[in-house]
Ligand binder design. Structure first.
Ligand code: PLP
Length: 366
């Protein structure tokens, strides 16, 4: 019998509760759970269902492929997809009843020609990614008015905030309001005006409008460096665990793992854990991350490899089969995903979305 060597425990009730908490905190008419990138590593379909159970009205994804995966699994809730290739086949969106975010007149025309029933106009208010630029707004909106006259539903106006500081973010809110006034003066009426994702939804009340789009925070993670998920009243939904698969006692000054970037400071016990950077533990975190081994934290010793890492457990009687938690709910004593992101000089978004394919997903709740 083979046992799972690497396990991601995903708590669907935590996702539902997080969405419920976030929703009541922002008090908007509508809320979206964003499940792009396989639900930030949690599984898009399961996360979408949990988000809906927690009171989300909409599901957000980047690509149409991600939207179709939801429809294929029988998710019938409203879905919005906003990032498209130059040759995107919008007929699939039309057939599957997916709302399409369009960033240009060309995309709008192609979506309308494909029979898409409902679109959201995406405008750039200062992120300089996709979305129509301010100089194009008048023509973009006039085009949308003509599409509406032909029966296409121009359901939403939306944009995305750069989280670049109080002033820059406020300037984006102001730009969004200007765009809105212009669009309305041309005769457009939107059911859904939406600008804020997790960070701006939580900290900028003026950015909330009709709907907020919660990605990261739905999964119990904080978008802020100065406030943790727990402080926001959220529970991390993902725990990555494994076990000790080998133990060795080594003398002082033993070089460990590739490049000997760690040398044991004294005689000690090294425990081998079959988790590596393929599983989302960044190699850049090698010299400062910790894992929970049994009931105590132990530092990573040397370079994290693709499939495995070594921890220095000192003189503790650690043995093969002992449980190891890389990250999870800090209430259980586990390191946080944020601690890994910090150790690697990256953000929790990057760690969670990199959960490797071979990690077994075990779902609880839901
Ligand atoms: C347009 C849009 N809305 C919402 C989100 C969700 O952002 P967050 O995970 O910060 O809540 C994203 C993610 O990048 C996005 O691109």
């Amino acid at each position: 019998m083979t046992g799972p060597i690497r396990v991601a425990r995903i708590d669907l009730d935590a996702i539902a509760r997080n969405v419920e908490t976030l929703r009541s905190r922002v008090g908007t008419e509508r809320a979206m759970i964003v499940v792009k990138a396989d639900g930030y590593g949690h599984g898009a379909i399961a996360a979408a269902r949990a988000g809906l159970a927690g009171g989300a009205d909409w599901i957000g994804v980047a690509d149409l492929g991600e939207a179709l995966e939801l429809r294929g699994a029988g998710v019938t809730a409203p879905v919005l997809a906003w990032l498209h290739s130059s040759a995107e086949d919008f007929t699939v969106a039309a057939e599957a009843g997916i709302d399409v975010g369009v960033s240009s007149i060309v995309q709008l025309d192609r979506a309308v020609a494909a029979g898409v029933a409902s679109v959201h106009l995406k405008i750039d208010t200062g992120l300089a990614r996709n979305g129509a630029q301010p100089s194009d707004w008048p023509e973009f909106f006039e085009h949308a008015v003509r599409a509406a006259a032909k029966g296409v539903r121009i359901r939403g106006l939306f944009s995305h905030i750069a989280n670049a500081g109080v002033e820059a973010d406020a300037a984006q809110v102001a730009a969004f309001e200007r765009a809105l006034a212009l669009a309305e003066s041309l005769g457009l009426e939107f059911e859904l005006r939406h600008l804020a994702a997790s960070a701006s939804a939580l900290r900028i009340p003026e950015a909330r409008f009709d709907m907020v789009r919660f990605g990261l925070a739905s999964y119990g993670l904080s978008p802020f460096a100065d406030e943790t998920g727990s402080e926001l009243g959220l529970t991390p939904a993902l725990e990555l665990s494994s076990e000790v698969i080998a133990v060795r006692r080594v003398p002082a000054d033993t070089g460990v793992s590739y490049g000997y970037r760690y040398r044991t400071p004294r005689e000690t016990t090294l425990a081998l854990v079959p988790l590596g950077y393929e599983d989302c533990l960044p190699r850049a975190a090698s010299l400062s991350a910790h894992l929970l081994v049994g009931d105590e934290l132990a530092p990573v010793a040397g370079s994290i490899a693709m499939d495995q890492l070594v921890v220095d457990v000192g003189d503790r009687p650690v043995k093969v089969g002992d449980r190891v938690v890389a990250f999870g709910d800090p209430a259980t004593g586990a390191p946080t995903m944020d601690s890994w992101a910090d150790a690697a000089g990256t953000i929790n978004y990057e760690v969670t979305t990199r959960l490797g394919r071979r990690v077994e997903r075990h779902y609880t709740g839901g």
